[in-house]
Ligand binder design. Structure first.
Ligand code: ASP
Length: 314
């Protein structure tokens, strides 16, 4: 076995820059493949397990579509229809799925669950969101979107540093936790953090970014908008609040609309991992800078690249 190969994808921190570059190239090839032929059969006779213990539309469907487009099969379980309902542990469920399938996509409300699962699985575990922890495959598709839309990530000759503004629930938003960590691997990135004070990025992540020398600043949305190249909007993660009053106090505290975006650059993009609630008004959807639906489509290409990496012929 190639020592440098990843066995699991539980945190974005384990993905070296060279592999990121390889996956971005592969995702571009997958996009061309789907657009020209719909897919191929390179994962024929491979079976992918999807174990989702939290709701999902895009991650779940794009992984399923990715597997099917590469000729593989899928086996999906959730907490309602499997023995989890009878009280079976995550550990036993993972051991079971590892017997029947070739890789396991896991979404679970507990931070650290993917790492725990990886420690007992003989098959690759891919973290599809572990509570308020991470969402590494989203970070990779986000990078793919930045590269596709902007033409570069971080630096390009003649251009100033790329300003990425992260807006919303930076405390609980796992997509942000993975994205900032992966952006820290690129030079020429300036991060601006915009959130209600109670939903600021966790301190341990800030310390991690500082130790990597990442440029960080805190601004209001209005101040950040004119210099922003990538505006990454997130929803307030209602399901992570222990009481409704705390959620109500911050809900609706920011909104991206056509009025606000008049002050933004003409060449910049607005991204969102989705689902969107009211934080981006639908009247902005037709603006060419609204990249979130293209970002969502990119998820399938990037996940095809990941499945090829983990399950294809090495
Ligand atoms: N779909 C993303 C996630 O699962 C973002 C969100 O739910 O707000 O983390």
């Amino acid at each position: 076995m190639d020592e440098g190969r990843l066995q699991h994808l539980t945190t974005i921190k384990s993905v070296p820059k060279a592999l990121i570059d390889e996956l971005l190239i592969s995702a571009e090839e997958m996009k061309k493949l789907v657009r020209s032929k719909g897919g191929d059969n390179r994962l024929q006779h491979k079976v992918l397990a999807l174990a989702f213990y939290e709701p999902s539309t895009r991650t779940n469907c794009s992984f399923q579509a990715a597997m099917l487009r590469l000729g593989g099969s899928i086996l999906a379980i959730n907490e309602e229809t499997s023995s989890v309902k009878k009280g079976e542990s995550l550990e036993d469920t993972i051991i079971t799925l590892a017997c029947y399938t070739d890789a396991i996509i896991l979404r679970h409300p507990m931070k650290g669950s993917a790492t725990a699962a990886a420690s007992l699985s003989s098959k690759p575990i891919i973290n599809a969101g572990d509570g308020v922890g991470e969402h590494p495959t989203q970070a990779l598709l986000d990078l793919f979107t930045i590269k596709t839309e902007m033409g570069y990530i971080g630096t390009t000759p003649g251009a100033p540093p790329m300003v990425v503004t992260l807006l919303g629930d930076l405390l609980n938003g796992r997509t942000v936790h993975s994205l900032v960590r992966v952006l820290a691997q690129f030079s020429g990135i300036r991060l601006i953090l915009v959130s209600p004070p109670e939903l600021a990025l966790p301190n341990d992540i800030i310390e991690e970014l500082k130790s990597l020398g990442t440029s960080l600043s805190w601004q209001s949305l209005e101040d950040a908008i004119p210099s922003t190249d990538v505006l990454y909007v997130t929803r307030i993660q209602k399901e992570r609040f222990s009481n409704k009053a705390e959620y109500d106090a911050v809900s609706g505290s920011y909104i991206v609309n056509t009025e606000l975006m008049k002050n933004a650059k003409s060449k910049m993009i607005v991204m969102h991992p989705l689902p969107r609630l009211q934080e981006i008004s639908t009247d902005f959807d037709t603006d060419p800078r609204a990249a979130y639906f293209r970002q969502m489509e990119n998820g399938m290409y990037l996940r095809m690249a990941l499945l090829d990496y983990f399950l294809g012929k090495k």
